[in-house]
Design a protein. Sequence first.
Length: 455
Amino acid sequence: MNLKHMKLLATVAFAVFLCGARPVLAATAPPLGTTQTFAVLGGSTVTNTGSSVLTGDLGVWPGLAITGFPPGTVNGTTHKGDAVALQAQSDLVVAYNVLAGQACDTNLTGQDLGGMTLTPGSYCFSTSAQLTGTLTLDAQGSASPVFVFQIGSTLTTASDSLVRFINNGGSNCSGKNVFWQVGSSATLGTGTTFAGSILALTSITLNTSAGVSGRVLARNGAVTLDTNTVSVCATICPTITVNPATLPTGKIGVLYSQTITATGGTGAYTFAVPPNSLPPGLTLTPGGVLSGTPTTSGTWIFTITATDANACTGFRVYTITVNAVNCPTLTILPATLPNPVVGTLYSQPITASGSSPDSYLYTVTGSLPPGLGLNPATPPAIKTVNLSGTPTTAGIYSFTITAKDANGCQVSQDYTVVTAPPLSGGIPTLSGWAMIMFGALLALLALAAIRRLAT
């Protein structure tokens, strides 16, 4: 072979290499946060039949219903719609989205996983995925291989299907880094032996005697169990403490800043809080700075979670009260109101005082006498407002008038008035038996006068 032929052969071989090669994209385990301790987490309900055994926590949120435990057993803590379950669902959303957003190494759409041997990486199905028989996951000697399965709609296994590991580098937890991101629901057939964490958008059903080495996590729907075993595969994490123990109060319009820290794990830490749970105007950075300018008074309860470099987490439930300001003593006068009369024009000034600037927004709650209202009807910030109008209905009416100043400070005054019936010529009108009795009285007086004249 001459030099020219050798060069040609080398060029062709290099071209074949380039065309046949594809980059290997390393699959990445998602941050599980507080979800990592849950064997089962449902969105709406968790229902069990038979003697299921869960090794790990059990929870549901935003639903509240967990049934079938006992006879089922939970070797962990049960959380029904509490702050821990809420945070776990929030962390589940993050993990689900991280999995869904990863690049796909191999597209297996339309193929049954049964009979396949797969190496660590990311595998995707544009629609449904089916496992009939045995799926072999070859860890290639790694103690922590990562397998990610992205499934567009449903995951279904036939009865007695199996996910098994080979060459796992001595790991004693086969499903630790296997993740199944399911676009709708997952159903494991009777007797299936499964490995990995199932993160489903809607529901998950485990038929009789199916077992999972991993987690069963449903975002929006129900988890249904029937004599199953689910054992969490998780890193053994240290206790992570979030500090400080309490947070200072805030004030409307005053800058607020507090640094959140964590200890016990491996830094650096990432801090997170459920969406829309902080007082309006405040935000939490991933580095743990809680800051901003509060805009609304009130009390907020929320959970801050710290995640360390090993994806271990700790959390603390906090309460922040936001006050308007240091309010002065405000008053409303008069303390009582004159009683109105039906059909008679009524006007009574209501005046608040004690604030600077000395102007207020007035509102009224309760039952005003029909025909009366605040004047102006939608008051601007003014010193005095009138309660005025022409009453139309007699009765007893109770209501409250509130005045709020520019700083959000307010004062309220309770009132009760009796609206009297109308007058006719200044003499109350008579009817029925009252008229008869009045006539009889006049007749008796007239008869007595006649007798006196006769004598």
